[in-house]
Structures are given as C-alpha cells and as structure tokens.
Design a protein around this ligand. Structure first.
Ligand code: PEP
Ligand code: MG
Length: 558
C-alpha cells in the first residue's frame, strides 16, 4: 500500500480502480508501404467513430456551452472537405494518420491567420486531430476513459472540455496531480458531488487498474488497497448519499437561528432537488464562446427559465463577470499584462456600458413576468462610489433589491460604506482570498494562501458580517468556503446570514449547522479568529465545539 497526500477539494470518500485521462496519441513514423484504399477507408471509419463519440458527449454534457462546443466539433469533423483533402493527401503518399494530421495542420494555419474567434478555436482542431489519429491507430480516445465500470479518474489536470461529459455514475472520484482547491476542476467536482483530491504528487505513477481509496476532505489517497476495502468504502459512501438525500428543510442552527442555504448555479439545469433559493446565478454561461453579446430576448428567456423554477424564492442574479479567468471574445478587451487586476467584472461597464444596461433591462423584464424574489448584484466592486452607481442603475431599471459582491479587500474594508448604498453584500471568498493574499486562485502551488481558514480572510469576513449586523442588512457568502461544513459554523458565528454553494454540498452544511447552537458557532468563530494560522484555526474550531458545556462536540477535527 502507498499513501499519497494532496489537497482535499471536494468532500467524500471513494474507492475503486484508477484510470488515467488518456494522453494524445504520438504520431508513428510514416508507413513505408500501404494500400491507399484501406487508408481512405480508415479515415472514413475514424470520422464516423469520432463524430459518434463527440455527439454522445454533447448529449450528456453538463452545461449548454460545453454541449455547443462539442456539437461544433461534430460539424467540423463531418465536413466533407476534410475527407476529400485526406483522400488527396493519401494519393500523394501519406498514410491515414499522417493525412489527417497534414489536413488539419492546413485548417489550423488558416484559423490562426484569420485571428479573433477562429484563432480561439485552434485547440478544438487539435483535439479533433488527436481523436481522429487515435481512432485510426486503434488507441483509446484521448480524454476521459470509459472502462465500462465505475472507477477513480486520475489526471495531471482536467480541461473544461474533459469535464463537460463526466458521468457521475462512472467517475466515483477524481485525483489530479496539479490544480488547486479553487480551480475549475475543483469547483466542477463539488458541483457534481464527486469526491476529489487535487495537487496529489505521485498519483500519475499509480498504474491503471490499481485499487485505491481517496478522502476528499483530508486529501489522503491510498493506492494498492484490497477489494474488501473498496467494497466497504463505497457501501459507506452510498449509505451517506442516501441519508443526505433525505435531509431537507431550511438551514437552521440547533436552536433555530436561520442561515439560508442557497444554490450556486450557471443555468436552470444546475437546480437539483429542493433549495431555499439561489444565492449566486452566474450569468457568464450565456455569453461564452460567441462573437456578439446575447440579445435582450435571449437573455430574458434564460433568466425566465431560472425564475420560473423557483416561484416565491429568492434568486440573486450576478451581472456579467467577464475578464481574467473568464475571457469573452466579443468584448474585445485589450491584452492586459495582468488580467486579474485589469478590466474585469463591473469594470467592463466603464468601457461598454451597454452590456450592463442591456443585462439589467433583461433581468427586469424576466423578473416582472415571474413570481421569484429577484435580487441583483455586481461582481468585482472596489469602491463605495461603484456600489452607488450600480445600485442606482438597478433601481432605474426597476430592480428594487441591489447589492454588491465583496471580492476585493478595499471593498471588504469599507463594507459599512458599501451598505450605505447596497441592500445586501455577498462575499466571494474565491476572489477575496486571491486578492487579499496576492495569490492567483488557479495556482495550486499557492493553495495554502488560498485556504479560507487563513486568519486574515476570517478577519475580513468578520468585519463585513459586523457591518451587516449593525445596519440589519443581509451579508452572505457565495464563494467555495461556504460549502465547508466546519467553516460554515465559523461563518454563522460571525453573523453571516446566508451560505450559497453547489446544491450537492447543501445537505452536509445543513447537518453541521443543525448540530450546533448559534452560541456555539460564535465561540467557534472567536476561536478561529484568534488562531495564529489556518491549521490552528481548523483545529481550534472543532476543539472549541467539543469543550462546550451544552452538548457540542460533533465537529470533526482534521
Ligand atoms: C468568488 O469569487 O468567490 C465567486 C463566488 O465568484 P467566481 O468564483 O465566479 O469568481
Ligand atoms: Mg469572483
């Protein structure tokens, strides 16, 4: 047995044989002699196989954008000119894999020369080439494997295209050698409820088919376990999933203090099960991968879908958060040496105010036709003046409840001033960590700085919560930290009024809150706030709950 340690990125235990993301195929040397007819037939067979595989992935893709990208790839691979050009290359002396590679290299150069949107599609062409070549050579399709039974997926890291069609019935757990706890892979794993460990050195040395267990909370992976261990771990996990599925009702501490448990979503499809409401509706999905912004009508339809799903419930819509890790071609933002510190989030409205006003008008139209309690907030607000301008614009559009996200330390330090204008605050701890510690949220090497248990982050959270308590306005948290059942106790104790997370994370947080009184949460928060380091804060918080005289003690030290 071999124990490996990474960073727990999505809670839960899982066990099974490991299989790695198949690498792109290496192009073999050109065949010296071949039958041109057989090579042409091989190209046609590869096209059929790849088109069928991509179409199946598009049908099962988790989000609309990923499905669209995959369907575009199906159309590219079925383009007749590709087969015609491959035939010409084969007649000119290339075998099937080389013919495909040569033809797609010509397309690639043309895309690159065209620039703009087409230049951004070259990675789709590279992916197609890899798939077609693998099909010709009889190798497994690059990307997520399908061994025909459940398994643990291991990879260096996952690209968004790899994750689009992850089948939760097959992929029991995920271990990556790179990435960090706020990377897209980690967020996706939490959204899908797949236990995950990231930044696990040595995982790529484990051979395909070896049995392993992973603990998505502690980050421990054990390779070389027995079949009995696999059966026991998975049975326990299944029992836990079933028990949690039965957990329902609003978020409450043991003594009945309400902490609303809300969902983070990107579209109506992400709404699984009963939720109290939506605390973060990320609207970027609508804008991705397009040359022009979505029209007023398109936006109204998308927002209406979500509003209609939750009549009478609160839905917090975040206006477009473009730039940095969410680049959008149609905005044609200038190349920035430091995009995370550049024109992103609300700042885009400085250059293209119509993008924001069109969106607010569409949200207002959809809200007027629905029963939901629609709130609106802006991302990346830095000053009280920005908060004032945004909330005023919302009100002009007939949107009565307007708030701001707290993602920039300057905004957190001036939370009281923000609340002079905003009706509520929603703290995005993913970005607030990044900017407080000057640590790129995608950089796994700096994961220790991005830990929400960092005392400096907790201090900022405390002052925002206190500002809300003082004026009686809601202050929620919608970053990934809200999904940590132990950290949720700290947030409740600080005076945070709602926690928003991937819907699958809600039951564990609900249970954790229900096991502690508000007073206990306050003591846990105090202990975390006074701790000198994240490790001490983590250890101090559950220890504080164990020492409580009134029946605390369900907190689990890590
Ligand atoms: C955050 O920054 O915490 C947040 C919720 O926004 P996003 O992850 O979409 O940047
Ligand atoms: Mg953010």
């Amino acid at each position: 047995m071999r124990e490996l340690r990474g960073i727990g990125a999505s809670p839960g235990a899982a066990a099974g044989p490991v299989y790695r993301l198949a690498p792109p195929p290496a192009l073999p040397p050109l065949a010296q002699t071949f039958d041109p007819g057989a090579e042409k037939a091989a190209v046609r067979a590869a096209v059929l196989a790849v088109a069928a595989d991509l179409a199946r992935r598009a049908d099962t893709a988790r989000d609309a954008t990923a499905a669209e990208v995959l369907r575009a790839q199906v159309m590219m691979v079925q383009d007749e000119t590709l087969i015609d050009a491959a035939d010409v290359a084969i007649d000119g002396g290339a075998d099937a894999p080389h013919a495909i590679t040569d033809v797609l290299a010509v397309h690639r150069a043309a895309f690159e020369a065209a620039g703009g949107y087409l230049a951004e599609r070259v990675s789709d062409l590279d992916d197609l080439r890899d798939r077609l070549v693998a099909a010709c050579l009889g190798l497994p399709m690059p990307g997520v494997p399908n061994p025909g039974h459940p398994y643990l997926l291991i990879a260096r890291d996952l690209a968004p295209a790899d994750t689009a069609g992850l089948e939760t019935a097959l992929v029991l757990g995920l271990v990556t050698a790179e990435g960090g706890p706020t990377s897209h892979t980690a967020i996706l794993a939490r959204t899908l409820g797949i236990p995950a460990v990231v930044r696990c050195a040595g995982i790529l040395d484990v051979t395909d088919g070896a049995l392993a267990t992973l603990d998505g909370a502690s980050g421990v992976v054990v390779a070389g376990v027995s079949t009995e261990t696999v059966t026991t771990v998975n049975a326990a996990r299944l029992a836990e999933i079933e028990r949690r599925a039965r957990s329902q009702g609003p978020g409450r501490t043991a003594d009945g203090h309400p902490i609303a448990l809300l969902a983070n979503i990107g579209s109506a499809r992400d709404l699984t099960g009963e939720v109290e409401g939506v605390g973060l509706f990320r609207t970027e999905l609508l804008y991705l991968d397009r040359n022009d912004p979505p029209s007023h009508e398109e936006q109204v339809a998308a927002y209406r879908d979500v509003f209609a799903a939750l009549p009478g419930r609160k839905i917090v819509v975040r206006t477009l958060d473009a730039g940095a890790d969410k680049p959008l071609p149609f905005l044609r933002l200038a190349d920035e040496p430091n995009p995370a510190l550049g024109v992103r989030g609300l700042r885009v409205a400085r250059q293209t105010p119509a993008v924001l006003t069109t969106q607010l008008a569409a949200i207002a139209t959809a809200a007027a036709a629905a029963d939901a309690d629609v709130w609106v907030m802006a991302p990346m607000v830095a000053t009280a003046a920005e908060a004032a301008a945004f909330t005023e614009s919302c009100r002009e559009h007939g949107l009565p409840t307007a708030g701001v996200m707290i993602e920039v330390p300057a905004a957190a330090l001036r939370a009281s001033q923000m609340l002079c204008h905003a009706d509520f605050l929603s703290i995005g701890t993913n970005d607030l960590s990044q900017y407080t510690f000057a640590a790129d949220r995608m950089c796994g090497d700096l994961a220790d700085l991005l830990d929400p248990w960092q005392p400096a982050l907790i201090a900022l959270l405390a002052s925002c919560a206190a500002a809300g308590v003082e004026v009686g306005k809601p202050v929620g948290v919608c970053g990934e930290s809200a999904a940590d059942p132990d950290f949720a106790l700290v947030l409740a104790g600080l005076g945070i009024t709602s926690l928003s997370m991937a819907p699958r994370s809600i039951p564990a947080v609900r249970e954790s809150l229900a096991a502690h009184t508000l007073d206990e949460c306050r003591q846990i928060a105090e202990a975390a706030l006074a701790a000198p380091s994240p490790a001490a804060a983590r250890a101090a918080a559950p220890a504080a709950s164990r020492q409580l005289p009134l029946g605390g003690g369900t907190g689990s030290p890590r």
